[in-house]
Design a protein. Structure first.
Length: 458
């Protein structure tokens, strides 16, 4: 079996400079969804027909290993399949699966059943169809009085009677090469668009007296994306499908309609996801975690029994088991919280490791730092890591106490069990067990308040 994916169109109604098949759904390009559904089928050849922004499309999907056929002039879907044959399938013999690059909800399971039906029916051509209350711009399936398929009529070419038909073309075909290749040569442009339609291969098969079979599937699986509204609607369908998969695996969602869980995300059992949580990219969540709400994680690795409070942002960071994060915490790329670490209100961590049991609960910036275990970072602590030209490292040992409102001017090392007094600017290394402080004697002016108030009252 060979697979041909039609992905050359511009997608004018998207009103976008980006090729339609590259728009993301569930965190990945539409075309990637299609290719991933096809991969388990084991096609001998997979050909992607590209055209608009061909280089960009090729760059996104090249690692999937397809062959490419360039349709420089978009002259219809039939022309696209002709290009695929001429470029890659001239000597191919067997079944050809034809699908579109903008049908992201099509599943491997549906395709597997579709191919099995095609072979069991010993059909020359099998196609997926859908029943719609309003078939809008979809081609209609025209049958004879006995129910046999006669042809597909594109919406722009339909008569009023044909427009009333509720069975629409799903746009996915499995065709024997013995039928497909002669049918492609016979295509004509006598239609409203003046293009070569791949749908006309159905009428060609009927004229040849060959068997045409159909399989009805849920509309969402084969619905294409032609506008931003279509994209939003299918995003909601995919979100519901993704959330249901996680719930079946033991994850609780307190408000399933408010979350955004991309398709590559993994979540362990007994984790509770609160409202307004976004889990994106390759984020991995362990078991028995709790998200209180309004968190945004991208490419995060989260261990077991982690508590993430409200208004947390995590990008490309790792949080080990038992940690507590938030509210209002920000982990930037390279942040690593080891087991039982606490990072709290308005703490930003970038390219830094906090050792087991260390706490930074309030108002701190920790950048380019290595911090040992069981240390405490006081409120208002800043690692001064940037000198205007480069970033420098701060190293803090185990069981260190950093007082509030301290500035650690990197590069600097603070040894194990050291204390840094409140309000200290540390410019030099602090030995283990030492106290670092800046002498700042208190000054008092007796009676100052009474004098000040009297002056202001005048």
């Amino acid at each position: 079996m060979a697979a041909v994916v039609l992905a050359a169109g511009k997608g004018t109604r998207m009103r976008s400079e980006k090729a339609k098949v590259l728009h993301p759904l569930g965190g990945k390009a539409l075309l990637l969804h299609v290719l991933e559904a096809l991969r388990p089928l084991g096609a001998a050849r997979t050909v992607v027909v590209i055209g608009h922004q061909a280089d960009a499309v090729r760059a996104v999907v090249d690692e999937q290993g397809p062959e490419f056929a360039l349709q420089e002039e978009q002259n219809g879907t039939g022309h696209a399949v002709q290009i695929a044959r001429e470029t890659c399938l001239q000597d191919f013999v067997g079944d050809v699966l034809i699908t579109y690059g903008d049908t992201p909800l099509l599943t491997t399971e549906t395709l597997t059943g579709f191919l099995e039906m095609h072979r069991n029916e010993q059909a020359a051509l099998t196609m997926l169809t859908m029943e719609l209350d309003d078939a809008m711009g979809y081609g209609r399936i025209v049958r004879d009085p006995e129910g046999a398929v006669q042809r597909i009529v594109e919406a722009r070419d339909c008569s009023p009677e044909e427009l009333a038909i509720g069975e629409a073309n799903g746009g996915i075909y499995c065709v024997s090469s013995d039928l497909l290749f002669p049918a492609l040569e016979a295509l004509e442009t006598n239609n409203a668009q003046g293009e070569l339609y791949v749908t006309d291969i159905v009428a060609f098969a009927v004229e040849q007296g060959l068997k045409v079979a159909t399989q009805i599937v849920p509309a969402a699986e084969v619905e294409g994306i032609n506008s931003r509204a279509d994209l939003a609607r299918l995003e909601a369908v995919l979100r519901d499908r993704t959330v249901a998969k996680h719930m079946d695996a033991g994850v609780t969602f307190l408000d399933p309609t408010s979350v955004l869980i991309e398709t590559e995300v993994t979540i362990g059992a007994d984790t509770v996801i609160g409202p307004q949580v976004q889990l994106r990219g390759a984020t991995q969540i362990g078991v028995d975690c709790e998200f209180l709400g309004n968190a945004h994680l991208r490419n995060a690795r989260v261990g077991d029994r982690v508590l993430i409070r409200q208004n947390v942002v995590v990008d490309d960071a790792e949080i080990e088991s038992g940690a507590v994060l938030g509210p209002f915490s920000h982990l930037r790329p390279g942040a690593h919280l080891e087991q039982d670490v606490h990072v709290g209100n308005f703490v930003e961590v970038k390219k830094s490791t906090l050792g087991r049991g260390t706490k930074a609960n309030h108002l701190a910036y920790l950048g380019d730092a290595q911090i040992g275990s069981e240390s405490n970072i006081g409120a208002g602590t800043i690692t001064c890591n940037y000198d205007g030209f480069g970033k420098h490292q701060t190293t803090i040992g185990d069981r260190v106490q950093i007082g509030s409102d301290s500035q650690l001017v990197a590069p600097v090392t603070i040894g194990d069990d050291a204390y840094v007094a409140t309000g200290t600017t540390v410019r030099h290394d602090v030995p283990a067990g030492a106290l670092a402080f800046n002498p700042k004697p208190d000054k008092k002016r007796e009676g100052w308040v009474e004098t000040f108030r009297a002056r202001k009252r005048k």
